[in-house]
Design a protein around this ligand. Sequence first.
Ligand code: NAD
Ligand code: ZN
Length: 379
Amino acid sequence: MKAVVYDGPRQVSVKDVPDAKIERPTDVLVRITAANICGSDLHMYEGRTDFETGRWFGHENLGEVVEVGSGVDKVRVGDRVVIPFNVACGHCKNCERGLTNYCLTAQPDPAMAGAAYGFADMGPWAGGQAELLRVPWGDFNCLRLGEDSVERENDYVMLADIFPTGYHATEMAGVSPGDQTVIYGAGPVGLMAALSATIRGASKVMVVDRHPDRLRLAESIGAIAIDDSKVDPVEAVLEQTMGLGADNGCECVGYQAHDPSGNEHANDTLNKLVRSVRFTGTIGMVGVFVPQDPGAADALAKKGQVAFDFGLFWFKGQHMGSGQAPIKRYNRALRDLIAAGKAEPSFIVSHQLPLDGAPDAYTHFDARDDGWTKVVLKP
Ligand code: NAD
Ligand code: ZN
């Protein structure tokens, strides 16, 4: 089969690799029809994680089931399914509590928790930017879709990661009807958080970024765009909220190699959030911070440090939630909102390309080139 193989920092190529296949009775084999490129792939693409050359990315996957193992009894050949990026067993201590983002079985390193397809430090699982994907614990990890999933594939594929992730940011931030919410980042994840805040009834959604094309997309769903290359975003949020600050906020930026301040590790978004959100407000943080310490002894030590004004956070009595999103907690409800015509997350899709288009797409998406907001690969 063909896959988008990682050849080294900022280099991928489409190559023939061994076909994915059923390896255990609980596996499901999916022929991928849509696989997104994600901002999370860039942490590996840019070479700051330990992703091995010869492996391939792809954790935002949708496709058709072509084979099931003998122990699979819910999912059937021919089903169209979307697959949460978290690989989860469904029966460990964390999965039982709904924390599929921190599965203890799918992650082979006993010092770690959480697994994903095509990811550094997240288990051995192959990615879906390929023609076929092996889905372990297939009954648990596949969400079945309706007949409209062919026509509306670009909406449903967002359920694999970024729509539930954006929703999780607003859940951790406690966005409630009438709230004024600020979101740092108008990348795909930030735009999904903005959509989610609107769904949850926020009265005002403010989105901070510096790319006009992305800010226009935020405005297209009714958010207020704040261009931090032109104004101080904290001042702008205070102006929008009668000087009080937003009720809550979401961090959807994470590590940015291209940050013009040169402050790659902190990007200062966390500190700006603490200043943008009111006293006792809440922050949901889904942006990934992966500064790598090359001298670190193990995977956990490499996760690094981020400069954070803890004193101000404490003084304001704020709360914060963080981490990988538990996709399964939200994807069924969000699927049904899409099916009912009440959410159209595909508004962010800028390009849909065959696998061969991936090397070029990675270059443009990584550079945040104008108009390259979200790429869906169609193997
Ligand atoms: P992205 O990098 O395309 O989007 C980030 C956006 O932030 C860009 O538009 C960039 O211009 C903007 N930005 C940069 N510096 C900024 C600043 N100081 N203030 C405001 N905006 C700023 O990527 P994405 O796909 O939207 O992903 C965003 C983050 O979410 C990444 O770190 C990704 O790894 C992470 N992520 C986390 C989860 C999770 O489960 N927690 C899931 C998916 C993605
Ligand atoms: Zn993703």
